[in-house]
Design a binder for this molecule. Structure first.
Ligand SMILES: NC(=O)c1ccc[n+]([C@@H]2O[C@H](COP(=O)([O-])OP(=O)(O)OC[C@H]3O[C@@H](n4cnc5c(N)ncnc54)[C@H](OP(=O)(O)O)[C@@H]3O)[C@@H](O)[C@H]2O)c1
Length: 281
């Protein structure tokens, strides 16, 4: 294995080994960025942790405090509503040599800095679930004064997929919604597609396969033609007064774009509520 040069001697600790934490661990190990012996994790329910350490060969640690003491890079992988309760009792274990990467939605760098005042290397990252297959979009931003950690953060996130540095604020919120939540919105569309095909005689499995291939095919076509705009790709499917044109006209008359924009704005508001601590559970 050719381990990442900046990370190869670092011990990485995950507080919270849930869906996203596990996806990140898998990507780091399978890409050869970090040896599994250098990955440590805690989790609230011990059963999940046991299964994980058996499956991936990472080391489970009993307490968050112990984990912070033994690791150089700490990933905060718990839900936003659990984060303050996790950090407050162990804040004094952190020091200025730690790099802390939070993946909690709606949790600003300012709030993290307030909770972990000793830490200089503070970063926020926003991955999405295709991280499990190393096809994520991951945005990240660094706290003021953490610029020296940029290369390590990039190397750490690179195995997950496309890594994009983003300014905190409006752009980070937009990335959280369009890319972090994005797969959820795409799956909603895929559900409508599949249901419609089933209503027209396809069995569920065939409909699913064809929907997946249609979405993946369109995305791969766009990926394979980086110099062709999405508009041009759409024009190539759409002959004048043809079948696609008729469907597109209805999509525009029914204002699908407006519905999506409205949904994105609602999601941004929720992200802001989480950040202000006013989100209803
Ligand atoms: N899923 C996504 O698409 C996505 C995308 C971007 C960012 N994120 C962010 O990633 C974070 C995790 O999301 P997720 O989907 O992975 O959630 P999840 O599957 O619920 O994972 C959170 C994990 O944290 C554990 N945990 C809770 N309290 C703990 C404590 N005190 N000490 C140690 N572990 C503790 C939970 O343990 P239990 O086993 O007891 O539940 C759970 O396994 C969230 O902040 C979310 O905003 C998620």
């Amino acid at each position: 294995m050719n381990y990442g040069s900046l990370l190869k001697h670092r011990k990485i600790g995950f507080i919270g080994a849930g869906n996203m934490g596990q996806a990140m661990m898998k990507a780091l190990i399978t890409s050869g960025t970090v040896p599994k012996e250098h990955i440590f994790a805690t989790n609230r329910s011990p059963g999940k942790l046991l299964k994980l350490s058996e499956a991936l060969g990472v080391t489970s640690v009993n307490t968050n405090e112990e984990l912070v003491d033994m690791c150089d890079i700490i990933v905060l992988g718990v839900k936003p509503q659990d984060l303050v309760g996790v950090l407050e009792p162990i804040a004094s274990s952190f020091h200025d040599g730690h790099l802390v990467i939070s993946i909690a939605a709606g949790f600003s760098l300012q709030t993290l800095k307030r909770l972990l005042p000793e830490v200089l290397g503070l970063a926020r990252a926003m991955p999405n679930t295709p991280a499990t297959i190393q096809k994520a979009v991951v945005g990240y931003c660094l706290a003021e004064g953490a610029e020296a950690y940029e290369a390590s953060v990039e190397e750490f996130l690179k195995p997950l997929g496309l890594v994009v540095p983003v300014e905190e604020g409006e752009m980070f919120e937009a990335l959280t919604v369009s890319c972090g939540s994005g797969p959820g919105f795409i799956f909603e569309l895929m559900l409508y597609w599949q249901e419609w095909m089933e209503e027209h005689g396809f069995d569920a499995q065939s409909a699913r396969e064809m929907v997946v291939q249609t979405f993946a095919g369109a995305a791969r076509l766009a990926e394979a033609s980086p110099d062709v705009s999405i508009q041009e790709l759409q024009d190539r499917v759409t002959s004048k007064k043809g079948v696609t044109a008729a469907g597109l006209q209805s999509m525009r008359e029914l204002e699908v774009e407006r519905a999506l924009r409205y949904s994105f704005e609602k999601a941004v508001i929720r992200d802001q509520e989480i950040e202000r601590g006013t989100a209803k559970q």
